[in-house]
Design a protein around this ligand. Structure first.
Ligand code: KIV
Length: 265
């Protein structure tokens, strides 16, 4: 049972040593964020997956700082308890420490979120530590990194154990408070989880991680596009919506809606 007090960054990190796994899902709008928060989720990610889910794009690369801030501000307004983490878009932290601080600072100031997430290997450690140094909590993201999809050659399971372990340890050393592990074999993700002191949040990384994250639209069956094998569909809301919309059209066309109950006399 989740407690009703706010999940702060230290409280989130402390969950690693609790006996409960950490639950995290994505949101990009007010009603979804409110639903997740009321359901007792530990953390909400305003992911740059909004490119795929909301904007109908092929990759996350086109997402802009303004777009992520727009969605994150809406999400933060809905959330009372969960930790809100916001993705830093592609090229918003790559050209240097000053740019990264400026953009992460804008995200925190304009949205009210508590932390940012950024994708990177050990090469991004200096960026992570520069943000942490000015008081901006960072969740790292290693393994499959969708912002580097062209360089990585596709959405594939990442199997280079040594460099994955090095990337996660570098993130921890740089001060990240948690690390997302995307698309790793169970054994490697479990080994990383045992070797770092910060929580590991898996997506397609098996059940040895300290927590799990999924794209909410995927797990609710709201995505019409390709859904990866690592997603478990907990509902089929697309089908329910299709049935409801079909019934509405039928009722309007037949004159059955609106009825007396929906009409003013
Ligand atoms: O953008 C996103 O939604 C993510 C998660 C899937 C980890 O980065």
């Amino acid at each position: 049972m989740a407690s009703s007090s706010r999940v702060t960054v230290p409280a989130f990190t402390a969950l690693k040593s609790s006996d409960q796994k950490i639950c995290m899902l994505t949101a990009y709008d007010f009603p979804t964020a409110q639903l997740l928060d009321e359901s007792g989720i530990d953390a909400i990610l305003v992911g740059d997956s909004l490119a795929n889910v909301i904007q109908g794009r092929e990759t996350t690369i086109p997402v802009t700082l303004d777009e992520i801030i727009y969605h994150a501000e809406i999400v933060c307004r809905a959330v009372r308890r969960a930790l809100v983490v916001v993705d830093m878009p592609f090229l918003s932290y790559h050209t240097g420490v000053d740019q990264a601080i400026e953009n992460a600072g804008q995200i925190l100031k304009q949205t009210g979120c508590q932390a940012v997430k950024l994708e990177g290997n050990a090469g991004q450690a200096a960026i992570v530590s520069s943000l942490v140094d000015v008081g901006i909590p960072v969740m790292a993201h290693v393994g499959l990194r969708p912002q580097s999809i062209h360089q990585m050659g596709g959405y594939r399971v990442q199997r280079d154990r040594d460099s994955l372990l090095r990337d996660a340890q570098a993130a921890q050393q740089a001060g990240a408070f948690a690390v997302v592990l995307e698309c790793l074999p169970v054994a490697i993700a479990t080994e990383i989880t045992e070797h770092v002191q910060i929580p590991t949040i898996g997506i397609g990384a098996g059940n040895g991680c300290d927590g799990q994250v999924l794209v909410t639209h995927d797990m609710l069956g709201l995505t019409s596009c390709y859904v990866p094998r690592f997603v478990r569909k907990y509902a089929d809301l697309s089908e329910a919506a299709r049935l409801a919309i079909g019934q509405y059209c039928q009722d309007v066309r037949s004159g059955e809606f609106p009825g007396d109950e929906q009409s003013y006399q």
